[in-house]
Design a protein around this ligand. Structure first.
Ligand code: PGA
Length: 247
């Protein structure tokens, strides 16, 4: 794992955007695995800025997102397709036909997941996966549990995730209880993983991810086995690792 120290969230966002821009320049037809949530928002802002300045071209880029709430469609402003349009796709020259998010409106979970697996296969797999971690160590919506699940699946969201994500909804009762998520196998198959971790609320999860056992109880810990992870972490996220004298 390569580590890039970042002073704060803004620096992390900028450095990740620079990394992604370089990847897109090297391979204009790149398949990006993209993430939603607070962590990548700043990165997307920098990507939009770079596009406006003419330094990056998304016209041949394909994207596949990690996850989507079951029951939310493209027009739901808490849904992840909406998030991606709003934060990135509407502002750059990516062809939306080449952007994929699991179909939250498909009620048949098996169908939704097998269709998404087919999409990932058809695009030829993921070149670079942008990834955050949850406070509970989840990646995508792969929640703490007894096993690692390889492929796209329907998840019962953990109580900790419902609580963490309630901030985006009117109340916790409005947070969908299920989601479709890529599995850890999909994530581990990416040629490169950019792991973005910011904030004190992620410090324990980051410590467990890097220094703990590889266990499905901390799903991100499996990244210890990936041979091309670049970790961008800010000072707050590194606080426990620092306290323990490991940095
Ligand atoms: P966040 O979520 O970026 O909104 O903190 C990350 C995650 O839950 O994976």
């Amino acid at each position: 794992m390569r580590f890039v120290y970042c002073k704060n969230y803004d620096e992390m966002s900028k450095k990740i955007a620079e990394d992604l821009i370089q990847e897109i320049r090297q391979n204009p037809e790149i398949v990006l695995g993209l993430a939603t949530g607070s962590t990548p928002e700043g990165t997307y802002e920098y990507l939009v800025k770079a596009y406006e300045e003419g330094t990056v071209d998304f016209s041949k880029v394909t994207s596949v997102n990690l996850d989507e709430y079951k029951g939310l469609g493209p027009d739901d402003d808490q849904g992840y397709r909406y998030f991606m349009n709003h934060h990135l796709f509407d502002h750059v020259n990516i062809d939306k036909a080449n952007t994929y998010v699991p179909n939250g409106l498909e009620e048949d979970s098996d169908k939704a997941c097998s269709e998404y697996e087919a999409i990932i296969e058809n695009v030829g797999g993921i070149d670079v996966q942008l990834l955050g971690i949850g406070g509970n160590g989840h990646i995508g919506f792969n929640e703490p549990g007894e096993i690692f699940i390889k492929g796209t699946h329907c998840v019962d969201l953990a109580e900790s995730t419902l609580k963490a994500n309630a901030r985006f909804f009117d109340s916790i009762d409005d947070v969908p209880k299920q989601a479709y998520s890529m599995g850890v196998g999909n994530i581990m198959s990416a040629k490169k993983v950019i792991l973005a971790v910011s904030g004190k609320n992620k410090a324990q999860a980051l410590y467990d991810t890097l220094y703990g056992d590889i266990t499905p109880k901390v799903q991100a810990s499996i990244l210890q086995l990936h041979n091309n992870v670049v970790l961008y972490a800010d000072e707050d996220a590194l606080s426990i690792i620092k306290e323990k004298g490991l940095l």
